[in-house]
Design a protein around this ligand. Structure first.
Ligand code: AMP
Length: 281
């Protein structure tokens, strides 16, 4: 089945309006393209739960804190559209930056607290860019359900809080992280890794999983964190930017385990920055 590719806000709104007239529920999967099996998993769940699936493909300049990261972010719309079609998406919203940001942007969305630690400490302005574009996309598409990956756990927490605080009409649906067989979380940035970096990259997930197992075995967050940091320090080529045990909803580092927590980290492999996390409890 072919998908309707909508380069404009007017076109996607018209497509959604028609689907609604036919009594369909609307699902949206926001992405930055360079689609892989992780994105496909979001689409699969959306496909199963809604009647009309819109995938958005937009490399949002507002959320890049490093210009070189934006410049070399992989882009291939034709291949992305094919994957969306294979997954049964009815529409692909792929606007230009001018379509999304036609004039001076004087209104932004900032989710304080949840955005401050972990990624927020090392990527100033990133979550403001994410929250702003997701608010815009949800307003444009007007979906019943919007799907986000747990791979970006802090992003998920930021969006959940934004949706609750602003009474956004879309229900935010989390989807589990898809991994390679060796544990490496699928990411559009993985294709930038050299062969050698790709070989050592699964050490990140192994360290996070070991920390989770220790916490489940009764270790404190501090002990689990130290063990994971020691394991990663022994891995050449990996530089840890942060590794924290944080509350899953507030994303504040914790010293004692209460409720759901995530062990989350960001590491550098050469010039490639990878993030990952595991849920405990
Ligand atoms: P991105 O294109 O990287 O902005 O990601 C778009 C959506 O796909 C976000 O909700 C991500 O959390 C999700 N996603 C990316 N990688 C994965 C993965 N390996 N497993 C599950 N979801 C993912």
């Amino acid at each position: 089945m072919s998908a309707l590719v909508c380069p404009t806000i007017a076109a996607v709104r018209e497509a959604v309006r028609t689907a609604r007239e036919q009594g369909k529920t609307i699902g949206v999967v926001p992405t930055m393209g360079a689609l892989h099996e992780g994105h496909a998993s979001l689409m699969r769940q959306a496909r199963a739960e809604t009647g009309y699936l819109v995938v958005t493909v937009f490399v949002n300049p507002l959320q890049f804190d490093r210009p070189e990261d934006l410049a070399r972010y992989p882009r291939d719309l034709a291949t992305d559209v094919k994957l969306c079609e294979r997954m049964g998406a009815e529409a692909v919203f792929a606007p230009s930056a001018e379509e999304m940001y036609p004039g001076e942007l004087l209104t932004t969305v900032e989710v304080t607290g949840v955005s401050d630690k972990l990624e927020g400490e090392f990527r100033p302005g990133h979550f403001k860019g994410v929250a702003t574009v997701v608010a815009k996309l949800l307003n444009i598409v007007g979906a019943d359900r919007a799907y986000f990956g747990e791979k970006d756990a802090q992003q998920l927490a930021v969006i959940q809080k934004m949706a609750a605080d602003l009474n956004l009409p879309s229900r935010i649906v989390p989807v589990a992280t898809v991994r390679e067989r060796d544990g490496l979380a699928l990411s559009s940035r993985n294709r930038l890794l050299t062969e050698e970096q790709r070989r050592v990259a699964p050490a990140l997930y192994r360290a996070l999983s070991a920390a989770r197992d220790r916490i489940q075995g009764g270790a404190s967050p501090g002990e689990a964190r130290e063990a994971a940091l020691a394991a990663l320090a022994a891995t050449p080529d990996i530089q840890v930017q942060y590794l924290e045990v944080a509350d899953a909803a507030t994303m504040q580092p914790v010293e004692r385990i209460e409720g759901h927590v995530r062990v989350a980290a960001a590491v550098w492999l050469g010039k490639v920055r990878l993030i990952d996390n595991v849920l405990v409890g």
